[in-house]
Design a protein around this ligand. Structure first.
Ligand SMILES: Cc1cc2nc3c(=O)[nH]c(=O)nc-3n(C[C@H](O)[C@H](O)[C@H](O)COP(=O)(O)OP(=O)(O)OC[C@H]3O[C@@H](n4cnc5c(N)ncnc54)[C@H](O)[C@@H]3O)c2cc1C
Length: 457
């Protein structure tokens, strides 16, 4: 028998939950289908618990910075409170009862199970069949992707993904992190600060390769200070077991070994399992193509990691608002990603928005670039130990507006906020120069970076 609803949402991560909740609150009959936990990756195995780990690791780092600044300190790391906080406070021991009640409190109907699209308006969950009168919203996120390294597939289920790293009850004696992207470097620093011997193996010639080269260098130096060994431009010839742990073999004949292996080489959607071929979407693609209102085809919307536009909770939630407004017929402003912010929560933190210098150059813009080191700012100088960082601004010289910016350093992700606004609202750099910047803040370093804007060589 077919069950009817106005809207069927498949996948209830931050994006699906936001869209489904808004539509249910607006009075529509909404079915939310989730195979695992309502809330998705972010609260259970992603943003929230990883930032709890980072908070704890940063406390250790700050305590280690006391000598020479404020007396003496002795630090004895204990993973117990971190694991407990993640289990008890963040995830309710990976139980989504509260989230389900929250959704049902908004009037939604929750269905636990894996949904498969069987037509533009129909979704099957086991032997149940749902038909949407108004819309189907696809929000099934992405799952860890491992590169085709010989031997790695055989280790599947034994190596860590982000899930096992977040659920860890103990710090491994040693850890090999395959992949130096944001997740890889964040977790590498956490475990190193808790005493693990950590190595990061990255195929690109630098970590966090999509960011400015200066940001990559800053993070690499910070990781090195924490004792992390970094192998960039690594050509991995094989993966296997070693001495009860794991080994990655490199083409120079060396091997990087550790008790645990964390594969952090990105995430990709599982389009085959979702059954999108029935609406004409290529199941082998990297995401579900959408237009600027997140429409896939008549009556079907997609959002979040599934779209491959930006694997961030804030992107999923931004898109969810547009989807909900569009389904409600409120004619939302089209999605624009010009000022998409990103933060890598290492210490120092690296926040960035819009285009990198190289990205802007690729678009053929005539550029002016300016930067300023945080340690040279008054606040950076006061801060002293742990003050590494910089502000870098990328201006479209023709229009006199910022098209990209990086703020790295203490609270770099917070300093990013006004730069995000500047890129989003295309505020003229002349206007930014006329502002008053509070003294002595970290964001005040933006002012000399503006003064330094000069044609890029
Ligand atoms: C370690 C880590 C740290 C991160 N840190 C940050 C951060 O600091 N800031 C940030 O913005 N982002 C961060 N992210 C990324 C963020 O978690 C994702 O971008 C976000 O969760 C995407 O939301 P989503 O709704 O698209 O998908 P997801 O959160 O992946 O949710 C999709 C849901 O759909 C379900 N599902 C899948 N297929 C089906 C199906 N066929 N039927 C029913 N249900 C299905 C899944 O079980 C899942 O619950 C981090 C990710 C990781 C892994």
């Amino acid at each position: 028998m077919t069950e009817h609803a106005d809207v069927v949402v498949v996948g209830m991560g931050p994006g699906g939950e936001e869209a489904a909740g808004r539509l249910a609150q607006a009075g529509l009959d909404v079915v939310g289908i989730e195979g695992k936990l309502l809330g998705g990756e972010c609260p259970y195995w992603g943003c929230v618990p990883s930032k709890m780990m980072i908070r704890a690791a940063n406390l250790l780092a700050e305590a280690r910075r006391v000598p020479g600044m404020a007396g003496t300190s002795s630090v004895d790391p204990d993973w117990g409170p971190v694991a407990r906080r993640i289990r008890d406070d963040a995830t309710d021991d990976w139980d989504d009862r509260v989230a389900v009640e929250r959704f049902e409190g908004k009037g939604g109907r929750f269905v636990r199970g894996w949904g498969t699209l069987t037509g533009p308006r129909t979704v099957a969950v086991g032997d149940r069949r749902f038909e949407a009168g108004t819309a189907v919203v696809l929000a099934t996120g992405a799952r860890p992707w491992a590169p085709p390294v010989p031997g790695l597939a055989e280790l599947d289920g034994r190596y860590w993904t982000n899930r096992e790293a977040i659920e860890a009850e103990a710090v491994p004696e040693s850890l090999v992190v395959l992949g130096g992207g944001a997740i890889g470097v964040e977790l590498a620093q956490v475990f190193a600060r808790f005493g693990s011997r950590v190595a990061v193996v990255e195929a690109a010639d630098r970590v966090v390769a999509p960011e400015e080269p200066e940001a990559s260098a800053l993070i690499a130096e910070a990781l090195a200070r924490d004792g992390v060994a970094i192998r960039t431009s690594a050509r991995i010839t094989g993966a296997g077991e070693h001495d009860g742990g794991f080994a990655l073999h490199l083409d120079d004949g060396t091997a990087v070994t550790g008790e645990r292996l964390l594969v952090a080489t990105g995430r990709r959607p599982d389009l085959g399992a979702l059954g999108v071929a029935c609406i004409g979407v290529d199941e082998k693609g990297r995401g579900v193509p959408v237009d600027e209102r997140l429409r896939v085809t008549g009556g079907v919307w997609a959002l979040g990691d599934l779209t491959g536009i930006g694997a961030f909770t804030h992107v999923a939630m931004y898109q969810a608002r547009i989807v909900a407004e569009d389904i409600l017929g409120h004619d939302p402003a089209p999605a624009t990603y010009r000022a998409l912010p990103r933060v890598t929560f290492t210490d120092p933190e690296v926040g960035s928005v819009g285009l990198s210098e190289a990205g802007a150059r690729e678009r053929g813009m005539s550029l002016r670039v300016g930067s300023y080191p945080v340690p040279s700012s008054t606040r950076g100088w006061i801060h002293k130990v742990g003050n590494e960082g910089f502000i870098k601004l990328v201006e479209d010289a023709g229009r006199g507006v910022l098209v990209g910016a990086t703020s790295a350093g203490p609270s770099g992700g917070e300093v990013l906020s006004m730069l995000t606004l500047a890129v989003h609202a295309e505020i003229p750099t002349d206007t930014l120069r006329q502002m008053i910047y509070a003294y002595p803040t970290f964001h005040r370093a933006i002012e000399p970076a503006l003064d330094a804007l000069a044609p890029a060589s």
